[in-house]
Design a protein around this ligand. Structure first.
Ligand code: ADP
Ligand code: MG
Length: 253
């Protein structure tokens, strides 16, 4: 679904992403792990067009998307979860989903009038899948943290993407909550036949939810494979040593 070939990105003399090549298969949950500064977020920004690669290509289902603007890449079916911005926090939960659906279908409506019934039924159906239906009419700014994260997922799913990028979707959550959110992602994307690339600091969650794992360090891919192989990989083992179950701050240097 995604084919990344020899991607490079430098910031001044800092080679944030070096010669990165990998594939994301149809229907796959692919985890990208590595310590802070490894180049994971830069990789996401290159894939969705927020950054232009110095070299290399990205193909979405065969079509070249590297070099396109983020909006065009999104239109081709590659979505990314974003934090709900302040303006959207003032809207209700269901309005956020309705807005995202309307934007996806390029329907224009007036912001100063009450949001009409555009996509109401569709939005409610999605909220049900996210277990947010009871909060449909709550202000997004009033939500508990875990509910915000589910809403952010919903906004991304509203555009019915083929590929979803999630950079630290569970940041700031406790392990049990992380697991629950990623299991929900797994269930929803399986149902839709989508592909997902995600970063996650909890190795327990990665090993439980990913089909395959990529390991980055210092801008490079240092390992990739099935969960069992990655778990046994020497560098990953080294990262674990004495550290509990987190990658943060390890493999650095
Ligand atoms: P990760 O997400 O794995 O923590 P990042 O992709 O954020 O890593 O960062 C990789 C490297 O690129 C780091 O050294 C970081 O300081 C640098 N970097 C990231 N974004 C920028 C930027 N916009 N300008 C300059 N340097 C950046
Ligand atoms: Mg990052």
């Amino acid at each position: 679904m995604l084919a990344i070939r020899n991607l490079h990105k430098s910031f001044g003399g800092n080679q944030a992403v070096r010669n990165l090549s990998f594939e994301l298969k149809a229907g796959e949950m692919l985890a990208l792990i590595g310590p802070n500064g490894a180049g994971k977020s830069t990789c996401f920004n290159l894939l969705n067009g927020q950054l232009k690669p110095d070299r290399g290509t990205v193909r979405l289902d065969g079509a070249l998307i590297s070099g396109l603007k983020p909006q065009r890449i999104a239109e081709q079916g590659l979505a990314r979860t974003f934090q709900i911005a302040a303006t959207f926090a003032s809207m209700t939960v269901i309005q956020n989903i309705q807005m995202a659906m309307a934007a996806h279908h390029k329907r224009v409506f007036s912001f100063w009038r009450p949001l009409p019934h555009y996509y109401y039924a569709e939005a409610m159906a999605l909220l049900q899948q996210l277990d947010l239906q009871h909060l449909a009419d709550s202000a997004s700014s009033q939500l508990a943290y875990g509910d915000v994260k589910r809403l952010e997922l919903g906004v991304a799913l509203a555009s019915e993407p083929r590929v979803l990028l999630m950079d630290e979707p569970t940041a700031g959550m406790a392990t049990a909550e992380r697991r629950a959110l990623m299991r929900l992602v797994q269930e929803l994307v399986r149902r839709r036949g989508m592909s997902v690339l995600f970063t996650e600091h909890s190795m327990d969650v990665v090993f439980e939810c990913a089909d395959r794992v990529l390991v980055m360090a210092r801008g490079e891919l240092i390992a990739q494979g099935a969960v069992a192989d990655i778990r046994a990989h020497p560098e990953v083992q080294k990262a674990y040593f004495g550290s509990g179950s987190s990658f943060s701050g390890l493999l650095r240097g």
